[in-house]
Design a protein around this ligand. Structure first.
Ligand code: ADP
Ligand code: ASP
Ligand code: MG
Length: 409
């Protein structure tokens, strides 16, 4: 059988009219001779009754710190509701259809509740139903451990389900249907004239996604990349061609070298970070403090970013909601001289084409200082330059860099 995976995000499923459009896409694929397997997210976004955030907020009204095992069971319900409704939609339209939860679809994960990794997929159930002529709808974002615990795959994880099924079924395409017309040079909610990229490489979107472009989950890209399965990001509401995500090799087989005009592929942002600055003496006492500092934060499971270590100082950032925990850990470890700044954001310019090219940082500093945006910290790799700015400067910084690198339409 020739499979195609079609994943639909929450905003694509909010009304019966849209769900019938979704169904029409699957039916069209079938008429072209491929077997669609649908992956669905929970219906809608925050405040819609069955959206993931709505379920989370409901539970938090009862107790802020419900155990992650129980939270995963609750969060998995959104996709169950959505899948039943979608299979029901096919049945109403006269097409036999079956809904499978993550466990029923054979998705086996580790036991990291709220951020589980898929270990393997046993696709027999999906294949059997598809052979019987049913349109298979699978719940995104969830799986089960070997010993029967329900898990979720991290926020935005329905993309990961789609990618993993794409690999397990050796699909011709993994199509991610969403509310924008493809992968763009910046989040269109910030930059109105952001441009759609027709083609991006796995590497490019991986970097963009890791740096906050949540149009596709980075883990999903990593999965399809391993088996070279082409992914397309398309819009549920239009017939625009979308963005093809493929390997550099495939791109170079064509006539266009997409990296030639691509110093920067896109600009991304991550809001709500807290920067910590901890000073110490620059002798052997300071070395002990540094060791204690990093060990205690690692033991507490706190993930650090933007880390700079100097002889007399350590600077790093954490997600804003982790700042209190960092302060507690530092206090119990007896680490003093701590300063911190809440309300920071990370803006990143991502592009494989910047490797070895002089002048990129100069252009960035020029663009931001012209807008009077203070750079609190910076970091770089051969494909990305990161800048820490105040939260209130984030949008301005993204727009300034987008303009500077002429990324607009
Ligand atoms: P879904 O519910 O369909 O999974 P998401 O909200 O996860 O949708 O992802 C789509 C959103 O990603 C868009 O509405 C857009 O605002 C945002 N986004 C952020 N960065 C980008 C980008 N570079 N290109 C396209 N969309 C982006
Ligand atoms: N419903 C889940 C979330 O909101 C998974 C997804 O939409 O991909 O994170
Ligand atoms: Mg998403």
């Amino acid at each position: 059988m020739r499979f195609i995976i079609q994943k639909f995000g929450g905003t694509s499923l909010v009304s019966q009219e849209l769900r019938e459009k979704v169904a029409a896409r699957a039916i069209a694929a079938r008429e072209e001779g491929v077997t669609p397997v649908l992956v669905v997210s929970a219906i809608g976004r925050v405040n819609d009754p069955f959206a993931t955030d709505t379920l989370v907020n409901f539970a938090r009204q009862v107790h802020r710190e419900i155990e992650s095992r129980e939270m995963d069971m609750l969060m998995s319900c959104g996709e169950i509701i959505s899948g039943v409704i979608m299979a029901g939609t096919f049945q109403k339209l006269g097409y036999p259809s079956v809904f499978l939860s993550g466990p029923q679809a054979g998705i086996v994960t580790d036991n990291s509740f709220s951020d589980a990794r898929i270990l393997k997929i046993k696709p027999e159930n999906i294949i059997r139903h598809a052979r019987e002529g049913k349109i298979v709808v699978v719940a995104g974002f969830q799986g089960m451990t070997e010993d029967g615990e329900i898990t979720t795959l991290g926020r935005g994880g329905s993309d990961t389900t789609a990618a993993a099924l794409g690999v397990a079924l050796d699909a011709e395409f993994v199509d991610i249907y969403t509310d924008v017309e493809g992968i763009m040079t910046a989040d269109p909610r910030i930059v109105e004239n952001a441009r759609i990229r027709e083609v991006v490489t796995y590497d490019e979107i991986c970097h963009l996604a890791h740096e906050g472009a949540k149009v596709v989950h980075p883990r999903a890209v990593e999965i399809v990349m391993q088996k070279n399965i082409p992914m397309r990001v398309k819009c549920t509401f239009s017939n625009a061609p979308g963005t093809l995500v493929t390997s550099t090799g495939e791109v170079f087989k064509g006539t266009i070298d997409i990296t030639r005009d691509r110093t920067i592929t896109g600009i991304t942002q991550i809001p709500n970070l807290t920067q910590f600055r901890i000073s110490m003496d620059n002798g052997s006492g300071g070395l002990t403090v540094k060791r204690r500092l990093f060990n205690s934060l690692a033991l507490a499971g706190i993930s650090l970013d933007f880390i700079n270590v100097y002889p007399d100082r350590v600077v790093f950032t954490v997600r804003g909601d982790m700042a209190q925990k960092v302060l507690q850990v530092l206090e119990t470890t007896g680490i003093n001289n701590v300063e911190y700044t809440d309300g920071c954001s990370k803006v990143a310019a991502v592009g494989a084409g910047m490797t070895g090219l002089p002048g990129i940082m100069a252009a960035i500093v020029d663009a931001l200082t012209r807008e009077e945006i203070q750079i609190l910290q910076s970091n770089d790799s051969h494909t990305t330059i990161w800048l820490l700015v105040k939260r209130e400067d984030m949008e301005k910084a993204v727009r300034a860099l987008h303009r500077r690198f002429a990324l607009a339409d």
